[in-house]
Write a protein that binds this ligand. Sequence first.
Ligand SMILES: [Zn+2]
Length: 109
Amino acid sequence: MPEELTKKAAEMLLKGATLLSEPCPYCKGVRVMKEGQALCIGCGRQPEKKEVPKPELSKDPTLIEKTFEKKLESLSKELENEKDHEKQQSILKTINSLLETIDKMKGKQ
Ligand SMILES: [Zn+2]
């Protein structure tokens, strides 16, 4: 395994590349994949370019997250219009627990 390639592969891995499960079609070597580019550590070839769709979780919230967001929106409007301090407190508590729940859900992903 050429040292240069190993070094490059290690750098790629550090920058977020992943090891490919499929071996190199030319030398059966290990390949690393980053931004749709696969580099073979064995022979240094980049035989294919694959478009890997990036997961954009924030732009594709699950249905339950959407529900929470709507709820938050209406709660903040409620808070804006609420003059009673006790009610404001209780709205704030509800918002806080909603946010905590959202955080917990996101932490699980
Ligand atoms: Zn190879």
